[in-house]
Design a protein around this ligand. Structure first.
Ligand code: XIL
Length: 345
């Protein structure tokens, strides 16, 4: 069926108008008290990863971030490759927009992340030992300095432990030696003495070889006087759930005298997700919240996105998705109500 040039034009205009309406639409308010209100009397800050494009372009997304969360983490916008794509040329616009929005909404910002082996700029690969050391110091000095007083907590290093529990053989470890971790913390402290400095790790949510290695590392950093204030556990999980040693793991880290944060919680489902999957997911979220509430040092709980329409799981893991609290239309899933109930108890 031919629609002709005029028909095509009408169609395009209609699509553009529909998209404009969608972007300008108000969020349908979520039922009950907001997560940030529920976290407050428990002394727990509730955060989400945010994306600058959605914050800028989608009113409903922006409203929900402001209404529901007391803390935000830029999902990608502060990573090295995005912030310093060319050596010494910093692009802060995207991250600034997030930090400014957080300021207006009375939210804390978790800075993510200074030293990470993913999403690095290409130019870094060509550097030798001395060059990489200087570039790393300068990167930390400039980025942390730029956000001095506005970023409350930094994930100074991210995923430095490998899957099998040794130090990851990242370009940093390979070229600078294991001491690059301590150096990164010292550089961050110099650049903003008031920011709290965390080490953030994946797959260390319960007691296992990876968290054992992390524990040993944090203990030795503390013992050597390295300025480290906290440990972030990412908590990307699925319906296998959170291992029963989750709380014991939090407690052993707390006993080292550091604060704890759950930094990237999500619960991936196989697609299509059934109603039973969504209920099982709600139970996993409940376990995550209760575990953090059970340990006084666990002061902050961040979800890695809050809507299935904007989640790295569906974007990067084939066959998986539906990992967050709200569906793609920003309607609450059982997981959202489970988190509310767990916070209220
Ligand atoms: C992810 C983002 O969510 C994606 O948008 C991006 O494509 C890749 O990185 N652990 C981390 C995060 O510490 O920085 C990662 O974020 C998810 C895993």
């Amino acid at each position: 069926m031919a629609i002709g040039a005029a028909g095509l034009l009408v169609l395009i205009v209609a699509l553009v108008v529909a998209e404009g309406l969608r972007q300008g639409r108000n969020a349908k308010p979520l039922p009950g008290p907001s997560l940030r209100e529920l976290g407050q009397p428990r002394g727990l800050s509730i955060g989400t990863a945010v994306r600058v494009d959605a914050l800028r372009n989608e009113k409903a997304y922006r409203q929900l971030v402001a209404a529901q969360f007391s803390s935000v983490t830029p999902e990608n916008e502060m990573k090295w490759g995005l912030v310093e794509p060319e050596r010494g040329k910093f692009r802060f616009e995207a991250a600034d927009a997030i930090v400014d929005a957080a300021g207006s909404a009375g939210q804390a910002v978790r800075g993510h992340t200074l030293v990470y082996h993913h999403q690095l700029p290409g130019w870094l690969g060509g550097l030798g030992r001395a060059g990489l050391r200087a570039a790393t110091e300068e990167h930390i000095r400039r980025v942390v300095g730029h956000y001095r007083g506005r970023v409350a907590v930094w994930d100074v290093v991210n995923e430095v432990i490998g899957d099998r529990g040794g130090l990851r053989r990242s370009p940093f470890a390979a070229k600078l030696g294991p001491d690059y971790i301590a150096q990164a913390f010292r550089a961050a402290r110099r650049a903003d003495p008031a920011a709290r400095l965390h080490i953030n790790e994946a797959g260390a949510d319960a007691i296992n070889p990876r968290s054992d290695r992390l524990y040993a590392l944090v203990r030795s950093l503390k013992a050597s006087g390295v300025p480290i204030d906290g440990v972030g556990l990412q908590m990307h999980v699925d319906l296998a759930g959170v291992p029963p040693t989750y709380v014991a793991n939090l407690r052993r880290f707390a006993a080292l005298g550091v604060e704890l944060a759950i930094t990237e919680a999500d619960v991936a489902l196989k697609l299509p997700a059934s109603a039973a999957d969504l209920r099982a997911q709600a139970r996993v979220y409940r376990t995550i919240v209760r575990g953090c509430l059970a340990v006084k040092a666990c002061r902050s709980l961040t979800f890695w996105g809050f809507t299935d329409g904007r989640s790295w799981i569906s974007e990067t893991r084939s066959g998986l998705g539906a990992a967050t609290l709200l569906d793609a239309a920003l309607r609450p899933k059982p997981a959202f109500r489970a988190v509310q109930r767990a916070l209220r108890r």
